[in-house]
Design a protein around this ligand. Structure first.
Ligand SMILES: NC(=O)c1ccc[n+]([C@@H]2O[C@H](COP(=O)([O-])OP(=O)(O)OC[C@H]3O[C@@H](n4cnc5c(N)ncnc54)[C@H](O)[C@@H]3O)[C@@H](O)[C@H]2O)c1
Length: 383
């Protein structure tokens, strides 16, 4: 019953994702539950060292969560052989450089998506990690959402028959920052700082589509910057140079057609911030973040088009909920636990830097499709 203490360098941990999802809801939660239990009764205990620029912020965060290691010196943390994993949740533009430093020091790599701001750099990271023989993983959190796990359950059960099409609606209104504070950091709206909804969301759509519906063969995308000016964290007006909406269509190798609307300039009139509708010959489903409802072919109503009468159907009431039937833990935490097991016991972990590069590939090609106003084929990446 040994305990494996694993030193983890957590860079960018003072940010929104770093603090909430990765530190508090994942690493601190794992420590509080007594680590990750292995089949042989051993445990893995993550031992983070918080890294950032601001000493005061780091110290406060460390104190708040009973963590005794923090530093503003990344090199020092990388030089310490006790730290075997490097984790990165910095803003996207800073990620590649730090990951390269960490690979050069032989650290295993785990990081937020997108892995880099362009395909070349994403492939370089995957190749460097492969050649160095270090283990590597990328956050693919949407796969662990209860709603999507239920969707996967339906797919595995053959519920849909032949899948025909998928409609993904993602988005909500992100305030401009003038009369109400924006709920996302301002760099997201500046292309030069790694912002843009195509770079952000196509990295998610790639793994969601590939793991649930089929392999992406081609992409067509129209982007837009609907809100041209915003106010930043300091109350200064700035020009939004990045896209804040993307209207994408994806053709899959199995004939399924996927449409994905992603927008930070839309008001929500649907069940959730992300909804995914799948239509198949035998049935349909609509998944949100936690819930999923279905309509089988035998329960499908037969509407006819007649605007001269009141609508006789309550369409929303004609769907059935898929039950939980299991306990769902936080998706970021579940993926951290799998990565820690991968590092310690070699258990499989399919979501590596190559999978991350595929996400960047799709956003690069989406941007290209928008710029050139045409469909673009998605080639296989070989490293
Ligand atoms: N998986 C998801 O669903 C999801 C959701 C949102 C964001 N993200 C990704 O997570 C990453 C962080 O996003 P966020 O919303 O937490 O951003 P954020 O702005 O809140 O945090 C960014 C972090 O990077 C650090 N940083 C910024 N500039 C730096 C510099 N010059 N030197 C050193 N450190 C610097 C900040 O101090 C902070 O710790 C992004 O890559 C983003 O794409 C993923």
């Amino acid at each position: 019953m040994a305990q494996h203490n694993i030193g983890i360098i957590m860079n960018g941990v003072t940010g929104r994702m770093g603090t909430n999802q990765h530190l508090i809801r994942s690493i601190v939660a794992i420590r509080n539950q007594g680590g990750v239990k292995l089949k042989n009764e051993d445990t893995i205990m993550p031992d983070p060292i918080l890294v950032g620029r601001n000493q005061k912020k780091l110290q406060a965060l460390a104190n708040e969560h009973q963590i005794n290691r923090w530093t503003t010196d990344l090199d020092e943390a990388l030089d310490d052989s006790y730290n075997t994993i490097y984790f990165d949740a910095q803003t996207t533009v800073r990620r590649a450089e730090s990951i390269k430093q960490a690979i050069a020091k032989g650290k295993h790599i785990y990081c937020e998506k997108p892995t880099a701001t362009n395909l070349e750099e994403s492939i370089e990271l995957a190749t460097l990690a492969k050649n160095a023989g270090v283990k590597n993983g990328v956050v693919q959190d949407k796969l662990f959402l209860p709603g999507l796990l239920k969707l996967k359950r339906l797919i595995n059960a053959g519920f849909f028959g032949r899948m025909l099409s998928v409609r993904m609606e993602f988005g909500y209104w992100v305030f401009e920052g003038d009369w109400q504070e924006a709920q996302r950091p301002s760099w997201n709206y500046r292309k030069e700082d790694g912002g843009g909804i195509i770079v952000d969301m196509f990295a998610h759509w790639r793994y969601v589509i590939d793991h649930l519906f089929g392999h992406v063969k081609a992409v067509s995308c129209l982007g837009a910057t609907h809100i041209p000016w915003r106010m930043d964290e300091n109350g200064n007006k700035y020009q939004a140079t990045a896209d804040d909406a993307a209207y994408g269509t994806f053709e899959l190798d199995n004939g399924v057609i996927v449409q994905a609307n992603s927008s930070w300039a839309v008001r929500v009139n649907r069940d959730d911030l992300l909804t995914i509708q799948v239509d198949g010959t035998e049935g349909s489903a609509v998944a949100g973040l936690r819930n999923c409802k279905v309509q089988h072919r035998v329960n499908t109503p037969k509407p006819t088009w007649n605007p001269d009468i009141e609508n006789p159907f309550d369409f929303q009431a004609q769907w059935q909920d898929v039950p939980d039937n299991q306990t769902f833990d936080n998706g970021f935490k579940v993926q951290w636990e799998l990565f820690l097991k991968h590092v310690v016991t070699d258990e499989a972990f399919p979501w590596d830097l190559l999978e991350g590069a595929k996400g960047t590939q799709l956003s690069d090609l989406g941007l290209k499709s928008w710029e050139e106003r045409r469909w673009i084929d998605v080639p296989e990446i070989i490293i």
